[in-house]
Ligand binder design. Structure first.
Ligand SMILES: Cc1cc2nc3c(=O)[nH]c(=O)nc-3n(C[C@H](O)[C@H](O)[C@H](O)COP(=O)(O)O)c2cc1C
Length: 206
């Protein structure tokens, strides 16, 4: 059988050591605001590792209810203009500062990966909520992989996720939904670490 990307990328000789670092990575991950992300972002091989990690998400009936679009360096300007247009639709009197801010949401982020859900409607075994759970898990795996590679990352969406013009520009079809963008880059400056919730507040025993 042909080895998958994940098989090729993650051949570790010591599963115990790998387990420890995985746990540390899980517990230490935090989102890093795109404003704090600097170049360089991950190279193509590292982006592929992030996507390979996404593809190990739990996925009932192997529907693969996702796809990922890496925004090319040359396309960022176009995406930035789309973000500005979207904002103009909501607020026609944008200041230059607001225009630049919208544009930078695409242009200033080192690496942007659009996350698209493509769910099977009325599947006999897998309701859409389970497919959405798979997409969420894929996003988390991608964030964790970026963290493991030493990058900062954050998932962002905003109102953009519902914009049909943006979806069409990215080439989405009618049965696909934009979930947002995973932003990845080198961590530029420290940020305040918000406290994590207490386990006791989120775990009950029945
Ligand atoms: C699908 C999805 C979309 C999100 N969109 C946004 C967003 O547009 N803006 C934002 O500030 N946070 C957004 N978040 C939340 C952040 O990614 C992040 O989880 C949150 O800021 C908490 O930080 P933490 O991951 O360090 O706990 C989104 C999360 C998910 C799962």
């Amino acid at each position: 059988m042909k080895p998958s990307d994940a098989d090729l990328i993650f051949q570790h000789p010591n599963p115990v050591r790998e387990g420890v670092s995985l746990l540390q990575g899980l517990l230490s991950r935090r989102s890093v605001s795109p404003r704090r992300l600097l170049k360089p972002g991950p190279n193509l091989s590292e982006v592929r590792q992030c996507v390979a990690s996404a593809l190990t998400a739990p996925d009932h009936c192997r529907l693969r209810p996702w796809r990922f679009i890496l925004i090319d360096e040359q396309s960022k300007d176009q995406l930035g203009e789309l973000f500005v247009q979207l904002k103009l639709n909501q607020k026609p009197d944008l200041s230059q500062f607001e225009r630049d801010r919208e544009k930078n949401r695409a242009c200033a982020v080192p690496t942007l990966i659009a996350v698209v859900a493509k769910c099977t409607q009325a599947h006999p075994q897998v309701p859409v909520r389970e497919q959405h759970a798979s997409v969420g898990a894929a996003i988390q795996n991608m964030l964790l992989c970026a963290h493991g590679l030493g990058f900062g990352a954050k998932m962002v969406s905003g109102r953009k996720a519902d914009d049909l013009e943006l979806a069409a520009a990215l080439g989405l079809t009618a049965n696909e939904q934009l979930f947002g963008f995973v932003c990845i880059g080198t961590i530029g400056s420290d940020q305040r670490n918000t406290a994590r919730p207490n386990v006791a507040d989120h775990l009950t025993i029945w």
